[in-house]
Design a protein around this ligand. Structure first.
Ligand SMILES: C[S@@+](CC[C@H](N)C(=O)[O-])C[C@H]1O[C@@H](n2cnc3c(N)ncnc32)[C@H](O)[C@@H]1O
Ligand SMILES: [Zn+2]
Length: 180
């Protein structure tokens, strides 16, 4: 009888200690493996903002991923498991862009049971509220956790901010990954 090679799925979604649900490896995933594409509705930034405009300013939860200055993927609509991957400051994955599509790739070998994570590097804006780092506080648990899901703040940026109340961040979108 002909033998058919059956590959186990690489991951499953379950509750996470970091936040809500997360994605966990169920078999060994080699460094360099493209694990999945980040899927969902492809919309403009204006549409993405309007979809989340009624959220409370302290609620940072979205499924948005910025592709470029024109397009955002809303993983909450027609999305896949990629929308459940949490942020990590010492991640085992990274997001990459190829022809305006976003892929999640292993940047080291991942063992079964390990939670998948990539660095959201949420972009800072000059009009962010003063408590933006608290709103986007990170609970990844890594030794090197920087305490925030936002990209590291450059010194000049910290100096430029005044103590005046700033408007709350609009719908947060994960920052565009480095293009390949
Ligand atoms: C794309 S969702 C990830 C899936 C999420 N755990 C869920 O169950 O829907 C992104 C949201 O998860 C939360 N999150 C992800 N990583 C986090 C982290 N390291 N620390 C705190 N919250 C995190 C934030 O609320 C963020 O807006
Ligand atoms: Zn962290």
């Amino acid at each position: 009888m002909k033998k058919v090679a059956v590959r186990l799925p690489m991951f499953k979604v379950r509750n996470s200690k970091i936040h809500g649900r997360g994605v966990f490896a169920i078999r060994r995933i080699r460094k360099g493996t493209t694990i999945m594409e980040y899927l969902g509705d492809r919309v403009t930034h204006a549409e993405a903002d309007s979809r989340y405009e009624n959220k409370h300013a302290n609620d940072n939860h979205t499924f948005l991923f910025t592709v470029d200055s024109k397009t955002v993927i809303d993983g909450g609509v027609r999305g896949n498991e990629a929308r459940y991957i949490n942020h990590g400051c010492d991640p085992n994955c990274e997001s990459t862009t190829l022809q305006k599509r976003i892929y999640i790739e292993a940047i080291r070998t991942i063992v079964p049971g390990e939670e998948l994570a990539y660095d959201y590097q949420i972009q800072r804006d000059s009009d962010d509220a003063d408590d933006v780092d608290q709103v986007f506080a990170c609970r990844c648990g890594a030794k090197s956790c920087r305490g925030s899901m936002l990209e590291p703040a450059p010194k000049r940026y910290q100096l430029a901010r005044t103590s005046k109340a700033k408007k709350a961040k609009k719908a947060f979108k994960k920052s565009p990954p480095r293009a390949r």
